[in-house]
Design a protein around this ligand. Structure first.
Ligand code: SF4
Length: 264
């Protein structure tokens, strides 16, 4: 990149200052690529960024709706099966550690997020057979041109949700550790009522959880035979979501530059 182009990007007022500090770094799915200097720097060009934004926005709006519906269904099923969603305590043994980084990694939320990553790994490993069957089923539908079915759309939807789950699978943990560590470090420095960087990180973790919940809700539709494992994951994620909201009560209202502003 030449120096002139770099100056042009940095000095361009259409870019939202600091927007990349509280995003999930999933530029391919981001609805603010055209307003992000970080993205422009990585792309080194400005063409066609707006059309990218709108497609991503629609995708996430749909996922938001699905997330809400999935939580409603989860509450219903939890009621029927006697699962107590209000119990936040995870049965995970703490490890004895001391520094702030280690304390953050050992926090209940961090450990639960790590467990979520492992649960996801196990879910996919044990679902290998189901994926092969699904692929065969969709190929057959396509080959036979079965009426009232859309195997290509189904395959695309499945690929999308797998992508969402894998994107956030480990990022949730990373953002939670950052939030907890940040909270310990900044607590004496930032007076009450002022925005805290730790709330911003916790919010990004919460958004990752919301989107993962939506994706698992869709996964359930695709693989109803794996209901029990998927339900375990959803209950775990829902508890983690509420625990983080309890530890970071201001996270949801943290205003991320660009993403949460009405007229960025
Ligand atoms: S704000 Fe969007 S485009 Fe910029 S780095 Fe984050 S995800 Fe990528």
């Amino acid at each position: 990149m030449d120096k002139e182009l770099l100056k042009k990007i940095i000095g361009n007022p259409k870019f939202i200052p600091g927007i990349y500090n509280y995003c999930d770094r999933w530029c391919k799915r981001c609805s603010f690529t055209s307003r992000c200097a970080n993205y422009a720097l990585s792309e080194e060009q400005f063409t066609d960024l707006e059309s990218h934004d709108i497609n991503s926005k629609v995708f996430w709006q749909n996922m938001n709706t699905i997330s809400e519906l999935t939580l409603e269904i989860l509450r219903e099923i939890a009621g029927q099966e006697g699962i107590d969603l209000d119990t936040f305590a995870f049965k995970i043994e703490p490890v004895k550690k001391s520094s702030w980084k280690e304390m953050a990694e050992n926090h209940e939320c961090s450990r639960a997020a790590r467990v979520y990553g492992d649960m996801t790994e196990n879910w996919f490993t044990s679902a290998e057979e189901s994926f092969i069957e699904k692929e065969n089923e969709l190929n057959l539908k396509m080959h036979l041109e079965v009426p009232d079915t859309n195997p290509v759309a189904e395959m695309n939807s499945l690929n999308d949700i797998i992508e969402v789950i894998h994107w956030y699978q480990h990022q949730i943990y990373v953002k939670i550790v950052r939030a907890i560590r940040g909270d310990m470090e900044e607590r004496p420095e930032v007076p009450d009522g002022f925005p805290r960087d730790s709330d911003g990180s916790a919010k990004v973790a919460l958004i990752g959880i919301d989107r993962s919940i939506a994706a698992w809700g869709k996964m359930w539709e695709h693989f109803p035979e794996r209901k029990d494992d998927t339900l375990d994951l959803l209950v775990h994620l829902d508890r983690l979501r509420r625990k983080i909201e309890q530890v970071f009560p201001s996270a949801r209202v943290f205003v991320r530059p660009g993403f949460d502003e009405t007229n960025p």
